[in-house]
Write a protein that binds this ligand. Sequence first.
Ligand code: PGA
Length: 253
Amino acid sequence: MKKLIVANWKMNPDSFSRAELLVRAVQKTAASSKNAKVVLCLPYPWLTDISHKKHKGLSFGAQNVFWENSGAYTGEVSPAMLKNSGVEYVIIGHSERRKWLGETDEMINKRVKAALKTGLKVILCVGEGIEIRKKGLSAAKKFVKNQLQKDLKNFPSSKLQALSSYLVIAYEPVWAIGTGKADKPEDTVEMAKFIKSLLAAKPYTLNPNVLYGGSVTFRNAGSLLQYKEINGALVGGASIKSKEFIKIIRAAG
Ligand code: PGA
């Protein structure tokens, strides 16, 4: 199965021409890769201009979405707007939004359900902070379980169940994001197995892909992606350096 290599550009770059350059730089490698499906998650101002045109080998994603499809919600962007602009994926619950924008699990839960209902594929981010990880992997698992239970609350209804293959979980330990200190692949494998078994059981009965995110670089991508339990990577900093990102795509095999 193809590995999912997702670029999270965050609040970069600062002009449309730079965004276009980045897209063009990675497109050829993405289109010729047999082992990677590449998704670029762009900031809103560049996203829909780019996503409404077909780019062979690339899919596009947003970095957030609101939970209503229309109405008086100043400043928000709806799932329908994204879907109608050719956007396929959306990142929800990123730890930077939890930290800086006060996102709660309740809000994330509403976003996940609305996005799936509209037919967007959801990349739901979960992961523990350093003070929890210091207590060990079991404490981290407990924390992640709690986040998933809240973020996926009331998830299975017959309609959503049919869409459940649209759910991707990104395990992103907060202490690994942007720090240059990625998780040990063996620990990520254990966490990925844990997430998969949790979601395979009732009430979820889902079989989601699990990605790893947090200081993924071209140097550590190969050692992470070699494991079948890790279905891909969510890449921040290294995704806006095209040469590095191309090497990460190639590391998928
Ligand atoms: P990073 O970010 O690769 O820069 O650590 C990952 C993320 O925040 O999704």
